[in-house]
Design a protein around this ligand. Structure first.
Ligand SMILES: [Cu+2]
Length: 191
């Protein structure tokens, strides 16, 4: 393999690894979930939604989730949603920059019960995604040559420890896939 193409593969592996490790699933409303009388403006203010992240609505059977346009969001109008979901756990991928609007399909829940949320997605930013304190990968392979490489450090800076919110970025499946990617990367480096 030529050095140039090997370097390209390494770069691709690193960027894929960073995106996998840093993409976040935002549970709408946090532990309160999707329900009446939750302050979603306050919840949104504490989150950064980046391209590649997901949001998940968790709710009881008497609620649902409608994605609507801006006007219908403002009016709590439920007659022409972009999509309707009612299975109790609904995930949306934030694939593009921009604002998306979600309401409960029961109009009084939207009007009087605060069940409306607008999510604005910004471009992916690795340093912001890493957050104030990313936890180390729980099941990372030996912290040998790969973890010590400058490129890996740049992709995943290590801020001070202790913040609770970062743990969600390193769920087990993600860590497992990241481990495979690291192993592949190590193989490339020694080839
Ligand atoms: Cu509702």
């Amino acid at each position: 393999m030529k050095a140039g193409s090997r370097a390209l593969l390494v770069a691709m592996a690193l960027s894929a690894l960073a995106a996998m490790a840093l993409a976040k699933d935002h549970i709408v409303g946090g532990s309160d979930g999707w329900d009446t009388f939750i302050d979603y403006d306050k919840w949104v203010a504490g989150e950064i939604f980046m391209v590649g992240d997901t949001i998940t609505f968790k709710y009881m059977a008497y609620h649902n989730v409608l994605e609507v346009n801006m006007d219908d969001y403002a009016a709590c109008a439920v007659d022409k949603p972009l999509s309707t979901h009612s299975n109790g756990s609904t995930t949306f991928e934030l694939a593009d920059v921009g604002t998306r609007y979600f309401i409960c399909g029961i109009p009084r829940h939207c009007r009087n019960g605060t069940m409306h949320v607008a999510v604005t997605t910004v471009p992916f930013d690795a340093s912001a995604a890493a957050g104030p304190s990313p936890a180390p990968l729980p099941s990372a392979p030996a912290d040998g040559s790969v973890a010590a490489s400058p490129a890996a450090d740049a992709a995943a800076p290590k801020p001070p420890t202790g913040a609770p919110s970062s743990a969600v970025r390193f769920q087990k499946p993600v860590a497992a896939v990241a481990g495979l990617a690291l192993a592949a990367l190590a193989a490339l480096l020694v080839a």
